[in-house]
Design a protein around this ligand. Sequence first.
Ligand SMILES: Nc1ncnc2c1ncn2[C@@H]1O[C@H](COP(=O)(O)OP(=O)(O)OP(=O)(O)O)[C@@H](O)[C@H]1O
Ligand SMILES: [Mg+2]
Length: 295
Amino acid sequence: MSSVQIAANVVKNLEREDYMLLKVFASGLKHHETLTRHQLVDYSRLHGDVVDYRLKGLQEMNLINKNTRGFTILNAGLDAFALKILAEKNIISGIGKPIGVGKESDVYEAVTDRQEERAVKFFRIGRISFREATKKRSFALKEQNNIHHWLLVNISAAKKEVDMLQRLKDTGISIPLALYRAMHCIAMNRINGVRLVNVKELEHPTIVLQNILLSIGIAYKNHIIHSDLSEYNILVGENPRDTWIIDWPQAVSTDHPNAQHLLKRDVSNIVRFFNRRFAAGKIVGDALKEVLNST
Ligand SMILES: Nc1ncnc2c1ncn2[C@@H]1O[C@H](COP(=O)(O)OP(=O)(O)OP(=O)(O)O)[C@@H](O)[C@H]1O
Ligand SMILES: [Mg+2]
């Protein structure tokens, strides 16, 4: 079971005091890797006995961990806390099946209380290196350092992606609409499209390609370069004009020292894919000029 599924199952059973403690862990992440029992009592303003009882429960649910120096929050703990925030703010009312399990995130379908569809992206950067670290059974301390480090990395990646999505929101390019960020999770509108990599045939490949190049140009005009563009980060709908560019956390500003290289790589990945799969016959240099000239 993934940590999101663990979290979704336990969210129903968690009580107010559990969230008060998870909140203390989440708010303290930036400054504390481990919290002592004393700190938890102090910051939560709960009675010591209540804290002991709740910590035991949270440990049994695998939301937190105990080590020689105190207590730490685990991935599923942060997931549960984020899900609770999303539910409390009425952003979503339930989480469903995974839509996409990528290298760096898990994306799940979700619904609102009015049955509107949403997508929730949980950042999981470091998952792979973390697995390797646990496999080697290195020192418990090292493992925890690892978890704590990656939780912060994931929160900051989610912030960065939301920031990029906000900056591109009113530019006319098709991207997911970020509805809310809770810690390392982003709730977005759910796009009704399939990944370009899974599309075997297109009726109008040239229109789709032009549309993508136009979007890259608009982002560039707004000083943003995606930097991880490929057939995996584009969703296409029924209409050839419906193409969405997703997955923006690694986007850079056009004054980045490598900006021109990154832009060229993005354009080249897309053009080569269209040439390979749909025999679009496009020259990368021409496509790049079109992107730059659309500014
Ligand atoms: N708003 C959305 N609506 C519908 N599906 C989405 C949405 N956002 C993401 N997805 C799906 O989830 C998958 C992973 O999302 P995303 O590319 O943002 O994360 P990732 O971890 O970088 O994935 P990968 O490593 O595969 O590139 C996408 O390929 C897509 O299928
Ligand atoms: Mg992706």
